[in-house]
Write a protein that binds this ligand. Structure first.
Ligand code: BGC
Ligand code: BMA
Length: 389
């Protein structure tokens, strides 16, 4: 017999997932923020958390709680907006679930079941942060972080991060391929498959790391080619967007959303990390690479594109915004899905025209306070002259 509490709780979920979203008062001319997050743990179907049978669950206790819904891959298929969300159980294990919406800013509803990946890696403990790529070979690829215990160390938190690869045509049936091997980098996280062949090969943005947390000698976002996607091996990784001293990418950086193709170049929406007394601070930034050589950075607007603001600053891992998915629809509207503080998922909307203007017309970071203030003074002078006319 179904417990009566089920109907009450599911009604709350339905109300939340059918709630309309609207643009917030935030303004910077680059993108809009929204009043409500697009995914929260409260939007998880009741059937995922509760045994709804009164006989086996007389107190209607949550049996398998969900702690967070955040870093989501995103894809636009036949007029619908799909997120492959990172869902974290109360048991700290993450998994993926598809949520679908008609307009990209509200109404995201999870499908009946989360994604059960083929169990091909017995050592894999956790999976997260899937990037979805509609590749020109006809498949949709999902590249995610596959995390295992580092058995060479006695430290219980020592882990190994690798890039797992799956592919699908319908987001329902997923085929698991070999994890990516990078011959020159011991660990990988934040790997993204480029949507087009480059010199006839599959191309990946990588993030070489010396160990699980520290990128060490890893200088930034890498780029490498491989012949066989089913057994992907990358030898050389060339550097694209670099880590730099006293910038938002000082501690680490990594590719985020799958690169967006525009007339002027590939636009990348990535994350940069710096260390602070309060721990790592994650922000989102953008850069562009060359259409013919997608490893070559051609524009680097100064500073961050999205930083954690107000309520976004607080959560399980506070002071974090992170993106691994964006959608462009047929009207050239852009939906950047970003999570805050490893807790919930938001959307920021803009257009291709605005993104191009932002990436190519925002000045670069000159690198030193004195030059940054001179850059600002130049703009102020021009403004004051115009105002005085
Ligand atoms: C967490 C990730 C985090 C990574 C590095 C993993 O165990 O699940 O969210 O990015 O550690 O801190
Ligand atoms: C990482 C990412 C994310 C996460 C972030 C902050 O390195 O891969 O999963 O949002 O740390 O914890």
């Amino acid at each position: 017999m179904i417990h009566e509490k089920y109907y009450e709780l599911q009604k709350e979920v339905d109300e939340l997932t059918s709630r309309k979203n609207s643009k917030s008062a935030f303004y910077n001319g680059i993108y809009d923020r929204y009043e409500n997050p697009v995914l929260t743990r409260e939007m998880i179907p009741v059937t995922w958390k509760y045994d709804i049978d009164k006989d086996s669950n007389p107190y209607f206790m949550e049996r398998l709680g969900v702690n967070a819904t955040f870093n989501s891959g995103a894809i636009y298929l036949k007029g619908k907006y799909y997120l492959v969300a990172r869902i974290e159980g109360n048991d700290r294990k993450s998994f993926f679930g598809v949520a679908e919406s008609d307009n990209g800013v509200d109404g995201f509803k999870f499908w009946d079941y989360p994604i059960l990946l083929p169990d091909t890696c017995p050592e894999e403990t956790n999976v997260y942060d899937m990037r979805l790529t509609q590749h020109e070979d006809g498949y949709i690829y999902g590249v995610f972080c596959s995390e295992s215990k580092d058995k060479t160390s006695n430290d219980l938190s020592a882990a190994v991060a690798a890039a797992g690869i799956v592919r699908t045509k319908d987001l329902k049936n997923w085929e698991r391929l070999d994890n990516l091997t990078t011959l020159r980098s011991p660990q990988q996280r934040n790997v993204v498959l480029h949507p087009e062949f480059v010199n006839g090969k599959y191309a990946f943005y990588t993030r070489p790391m010396d160990d699980f947390i520290e990128t060490g000698s890893g200088g930034g976002v890498g780029f490498g080619l491989c012949d066989d996607i089913e057994h992907a091996v990358i030898d050389e990784e060339v550097m694209t967007s670099l880590r730099k001293y006293h910038t938002i990418t000082e501690a680490k950086n990594g590719a985020g959303a799958t690169p967006i193709k525009t007339d002027r170049g590939w636009i990348h929406i990535a994350h940069g990390v710096r260390n602070t007394a309060a721990g790592l601070r994650y922000v989102i930034y953008a850069f562009a690479t060359d259409l013919n050589d997608p490893s070559k950075v051609i524009a680097e607007p100064s500073g961050m594109l999205i930083g954690p603001r107000e309520g976004e600053r607080v959560g399980d891992v506070s002071n974090v915004v992170f993106t691994n998915g964006a959608i462009v629809n047929e009207k050239n509207e852009v939906f950047i899905y970003y999570a805050s503080s490893d807790t919930r998922l938001h959307v920021a909307t803009t257009t291709i025209d605005k993104l191009v203007d932002y990436v190519f017309s925002t000045p670069e970071d000159p690198g030193r306070s004195v030059e940054c203030v001179a850059q600002r003074c130049d703009m102020i002078r021009k403004n004051l002259e115009l105002l005085a006319r």
